[in-house]
Design a protein around this ligand. Structure first.
Ligand code: ATP
Length: 323
C-alpha cells in the first residue's frame, strides 16, 4: 500500500475537480500532429490518471516526443483536444504550466553558470523566494547525489547534466512530471537511482508521464504502459494485464533421480519445462511420491521486451485497446 505524503495534484490546483480519482489528469482525444511530409501522431486517445506513472514506448520516430511536447503546450496539435484537469492546453497554457515539470530530451545550459547559479536563475523565473530556492536546491542536489554545485554547467559530464536538468524540472515542486527519456546518457547505476527516485516521487503523490527506450526500467516503475507504432497507439494497459493478454508463462522443474527418464538431462539433473500448469503439478506429485530430489522450481514469464517485440512485429496486433 502506497503512503501518499503530498496533497493530490487535483486538490492542490483545482478545488472543484472531482475527488473520485476516476477523472483523468491528462486527457487526449483524437489528437494528431502532421508535419509537411509526415504524420507524427495519428488520432491518439490517451489518458493519464492521478498518481500513476505512465510510460510511453515505441521505435525511433514513433511520436513519443511529439506527444509530450503537445501536452506541455510547446507545440499545438493539428487535430483533436488535450485537457489537463479539464483545462484546455491551448487556452489555459499559462495556468497549466505552473504545475508541470517538463524534462525535454535535451536541456539547454548556460555553460558559464555554475550548477547553483543555473538553478537559482530558474528559481527566479518561477518566482520562488530566494531562501526557499536555496533550501530546495540544496535538498535536490543532495537527493540526486550531485555534488558539483560549484562546477560550471559547461564542465559537467553528460550524466551530471541530466541530473542538473532533473533538479531544474523539480524546482517549483510540480505535481505533474512530463519526462522525455529521463535516463538518456546515464550509466546503469545512476539510471537505476533516478528510476527509484521517480518511484519515490510517484509514491509521494506526483503524477508522471515519461518516455523511455529501456524496457526493463519501464517495466520496473510504470503502473501502465502505452505502446506506439508509427504515431498510433497500439495498446495501453498495466504490465500485469499485458502479461495476461499477450505474455507467456513457462514452468520449469529440476530434479534428481537414478531412474532413467525421457526428459532433458543436464549433468545429474533432469529438467522439465512446460506451459501447462496441470502437467507440472502431476510431475511434482510424481517427484514427491517417488522420493526423487527436487532441485529447483521456476516460473518464467514474458518480459515487456517479449511483448513489445511481438506487437512491433505485428503478430499479436489486436485492435487498439485501453484499460
Ligand atoms: P525517438 O525515440 O527517436 O526520440 P520519437 O518517438 O520521440 O523518436 P518524434 O521525435 O516524436 O519521435 O518524431 C515523430 C516523427 O515526427 C518523426 O518522423 C520525426 O521526423 C517527425 N518530426 C518531429 N519533429 C518534426 C519537425 N519539427 N518537423 C518535421 N518533422 C518532425
Amino acid at each position: 500500500m502506497r503512503q501518499v505524503t503530498e496533497r493530490p495534484l487535483s486538490q492542490r490546483y483545482r478545488d472543484d475537480w472531482p475527488q473520485t480519482g476516476e477523472s483523468p489528469i491528462i486527457m487526449l482525444q483524437g489528437v494528431s500532429k502532421s508535419y509537411r511530409d509526415c504524420v507524427a501522431v495519428d488520432h491518439l486517445d490517451l489518458d493519464v490518471r492521478e498518481g500513476e506513472i505512465l510510460g510511453i514506448i515505441g521505435h525511433n520516430g514513433a511520436g513519443k516526443t511529439t506527444i509530450l511536447k503537445m501536452i506541455t503546450g510547446l507545440i499545438s496539435p493539428t487535430e483533436g483536444s488535450i485537457e489537463i484537469m479539464g483545462m484546455d492546453i491551448t487556452r489555459e497554457g499559462t495556468r497549466i504550466k505552473s504545475f508541470i515539470g517538463y524534462l525535454p530530451e535535451e536541456s539547454p545550459f548556460y555553460e558559464n553558470m555554475t550548477v547553483t547559479e543555473y538553478l537559482m536563475f530558474f528559481s527566479e523565473l518561477y518566482r520562488i523566494p530566494r531562501s526557499v530556492a536555496r533550501d530546495r536546491i540544496h535538498r535536490l542536489l543532495g537527493v540526486l547525489n550531485l555534488a558539483e554545485e560549484n562546477k560550471l554547467t559547461g564542465e559537467l559530464s553528460k550524466g551530471m547534466k541530466r541530473k542538473a536538468a532533473i533538479a531544474r524540472t523539480l524546482l517549483h515542486d510540480p505535481g505533474l512530471l512530463i519526462l522525455d527519456e529521463p535516463n538518456s546518457g546515464l550509466d546503469p547505476l545512476t539510471s537505476f537511482f533516478i528510476i527509484d527516485y521517480l518511484r519515490a516521487l510517484r509514491d509521494e503523490g506526483k503524477t508522471i508521464l515519461l518516455s523511455a527506450h529501456n524496457l526493463f526500467h519501464i517495466e520496473y516503475i510504470c503502473d501502465r504502459v502505452a505502446i506506439l507504432k508509427n504515431g498510433r497507439l497500439v495498446i495501453v494497459d498495466s504490465m500485469e494485464s499485458l502479461r495476461q493478454r499477450l505474455g507467456e508463462r513457462e514452468y520449469e522443474i529440476t530434479f534428481k533421480t537414478a531412474d532413467d527418464l525421457p526428459y532433458e538431462k543436464k549433468g545429474d539433473n533432469y529438467i522439465f519445462k512446460s506451459a501447462d500448469v496441470g502437467q507440472m503439478a502431476s510431475l511434482l506429485r510424481q517427484v514427491s511420491d517417488k522420493g526423487w530430489a527436487l532441485v529447483d522450481l521456476a516460473i518464467r514469464q514474458s518480459a515487456l521486451e517479449d511483448i513489445y517485440v511481438k506487437l512491433m512485429n505485428g503478430t499479436e496486433l489486436a485492435a487498439p485497446a485501453s484499460v
